[in-house]
Ligand binder design. Sequence first.
Ligand code: SAH
Ligand code: SF4
Length: 395
Amino acid sequence: MTAPSATSAPDAAPPAKPSLLGLTRGELADALRGLDLPEREIRMRVNQLWNWIYFHGVRDFDAMLNVSKVLRARLADRFTLARPEVVSEQVSTDGTRKWLIRMPPVDARDKGVEIECVYIPEADRGTLCVSSQVGCTLTCTFCHTGTQKLVRNLTTQEIVAQLVVAREKLGDFPGLTPPDDGIVPSGEGVRAVSNVVFMGMGEPLYNLDNVCDALAIMSDGDGLSLSKRRITVSTSGVVPQIGELGARSGAMLAISLHAVRDDLRDKLVPLNKKYDIAELLQACRDYPGASNARRITFEYVMLKGVNDSDADARELVRLLKGIPAKINLIPFNPWPGAPYECSDWGRIEKFSDIVFNAGYASPVRTPRGRDILAACGQLKSETEKLRARARLAAE
Ligand code: SAH
Ligand code: SF4
């Protein structure tokens, strides 16, 4: 496994022609109106473009065979289908892949941003972990992203591009070939990326409009076609936006709970001081569409001597009574200078037994892609450090 090498600074100027990739149907319609197409044609043309861009994943207007040559030329004159650049790709021994993606500047003030995106293949699914922001305004004390300032929200285009880039890299558009490593799920009717989780960088509910638009594009049956039941948005507990997320997007919900008492959660997830555990759980009870078939995931990071006692486990089970819930115990991923350690394996097993005996199945999340620093809370920051090290080594 090689560390990503040093790369030049992100682009300084926005691209001369905007890309249509990642636009909503409404934005595509506006783009076509800008070409002075008659209004009666717009809907049909949007449908055509949609199918080529999101179902076929084409990179060139000339591949759009049912669009006239004249219109293809006019489109190419004003727009592109450019994807953000994949700066590096790392493949873990367990098949986990991590891409460093460079997003071009969105306007004259922006310098462009780089984000990481992780793909985790399993026997029955392939999960893509996407980011919604660069950095985070929240300061959860166990999370490395929380030590970095918010740079900016990702746009809808940038969120959708993460899925398109992954599908392309995994040969998951018609006519492309999947990597032949036996690890990426493939075959008739099987998608390499079957699930998306918003568990990369950032707090998705602080970028709700763009996240909801991205979810609509990702789940559109005429395009990328991801089932909404396979898209999960993880939040640290932005209570006022939780209901809105459910009502607008129909996404699955994950809550970063991590503590069962307010005094401790105030420290681990400082947003708890604003919205406490009782309010958060009430928002979960009210979450539109939650049911035994559509359970809410409660994430719980295992911190040695902090939140990992038997009493904590029992309280967790008690708190979640009556909520259609799944529990996901996450071994803490340490980072340099982190004020916590991961609970011992025996402790995690004991904790998980209590949760299991209360009726929750196999709750421990196996750490994946550790050799390529692809784990939760390690995204980007570690690459930046490795890159700085590589730069120093090259000097
Ligand atoms: N901001 C959102 C989503 C991104 S974080 C949220 O907080 O839910 C995705 C998950 O990774 C969260 O459950 C978060 O608590 C967890 N996480 C962050 N840092 C971690 C670390 N160092 N070890 C284990 N899990 C971590
Ligand atoms: Fe932000 Fe989530 Fe990290 Fe908290 S855990 S700092 S909300 S990314």
